[in-house]
Design a protein around this ligand. Structure first.
Ligand code: GTQ
Length: 345
């Protein structure tokens, strides 16, 4: 490959003249912004064990009242990007949020899309667009762009969940903002039951719903049952995986990030090919060993890790007795929409 000219090769007065006019020569930086064959990635494979997060999160509960936090969250930040950037990958933000009994995180809406994956505790709820979504371990609750949401807690124990947002991307686009609102009037609820079975859809005769986000809560009981049915039905299948979708259209549940649940049979090893999007793994049940580049992470229940894009990942269920269940978030919908999605062998 041709050696390109360096900045230092240019006379200082010429460089100064460029700078004064807000001009920059491309060639010294060309290989940097268009590296050969594979992108430069700041995202480094990182593991956030839950046992290290939980005591610090509970301490935040003592140190900072909810009124002083609005959202009491410890952000899972990728050191490769710099912790202050508060991002796990180019487009993914992760946060562990704590809500104590009786607390209320007030209603707001914002441009970034969010989901909540419930980690532990009973009795909390998120009201999204008026619909009260109860939160139990493993449930996925969508709070898509622009929809009002607030969190409350009528139970007895602390509740913790994992927030996954496309905040880094929306912030980078200079399109991130929020609006505060009043406490929402909760309507009927149980919206998750309307779409709890595959193959049939509600078809009201007199009125169409036509909601962009018809389903806001995906109960873990149903998703786990779907995975177990799939595993039983298809012993030939290597990857027992389901995608969280809009049940009316089959499209990804949200516009930018993709969400999936994966089951590993007892003793199973699964190799995922290198694909362009970065991804996040969160252990819902059981334990899995995740190999990314030269790193090996032993994920225990409620642990989270991330892998950069263009990187193969190997998942191994070390238990020969129990299945393991992993929640995955990735940037695939974004990459597909932008036309840069790739799978490499
Ligand atoms: O619960 O609405 O982790 O607005 C970051 C921003 C959670 C939330 C986060 C948010 C929320």
């Amino acid at each position: 490959m041709n050696e390109l000219g360096r900045l230092e090769d240019l006379p200082q007065d010429y460089r100064d003249a460029l700078t004064q006019r807000n001009l920059v020569p491309l060639w010294p930086s060309l290989r940097g912004v268009l590296p050969p064959h594979i992108p430069t990635r700041q995202t480094t494979a990182t593991h956030w064990p839950y046992e290290t997060i939980k005591p610090l999160l509970l301490q935040a509960g003592e140190l900072t009242p909810i009124e002083k936090a609005e959202r009491r969250v410890l952000v899972l930040a990728n050191p490769g990007h710099g912790l202050e950037k508060m991002q796990a990958s180019p487009a993914i933000y992760l946060g562990m949020q704590l809500l104590l009994p009786g607390e209320w995180a007030p209603s707001h809406r914002h441009t970034p899309n969010a989901v909540r994956m419930v980690v532990e505790g009973e009795g909390a709820w998120t009201t999204v667009d008026g619909e009260k979504c109860m939160m139990s371990r493993g449930d996925l609750i969508l709070t898509p762009t622009g929809l009002w949401h607030e969190h409350g807690h009528d139970g007895q124990e602390p509740v913790v969940w994992l927030d996954v947002l496309d905040l880094p991307l929306v912030y980078y686009m200079e399109a991130s903002y929020h609006i505060n609102g009043d406490r929402q009037k909760q309507i009927v609820g149980r919206g998750d039951r309307a779409y709890a079975r595959g193959g049939v859809l509600p078809t009201p005769v007199f009125q169409r719903t036509n909601k962009r986000y018809p389903m806001l809560r995906y109960s873990w009981v149903d998703v786990k049952a779907a995975l177990e049915s799939l595993a039983a039905d298809r012993p030939d299948l290597e990857a027992i995986q389901v995608t969280y979708v809009n049940p009316e259209t089959g499209e990804d549940a949200e516009n930018i990030l993709g969400f999936y649940a994966l089951m590993l049979r007892p003793g199973q090893t699964l190799s995922l090919p290198a694909r362009s999007p970065a991804q996040v793994f969160h252990q819902i049940e059981g334990s899995v060993e995740v190999t990314v580049q030269s790193q090996v992470f032993a994920l225990a229940q409620a642990d989270t890790c991330c892998a950069p894009g263009y990187t193969a990942v190997r998942l191994r269920n070390g238990s020969t007795e129990h299945a393991a269940f992993v929640f995955i978030a990735d940037e695939a919908p974004l990459h597909r929409k932008l036309g840069v999605y790739e799978v490499r062998d």
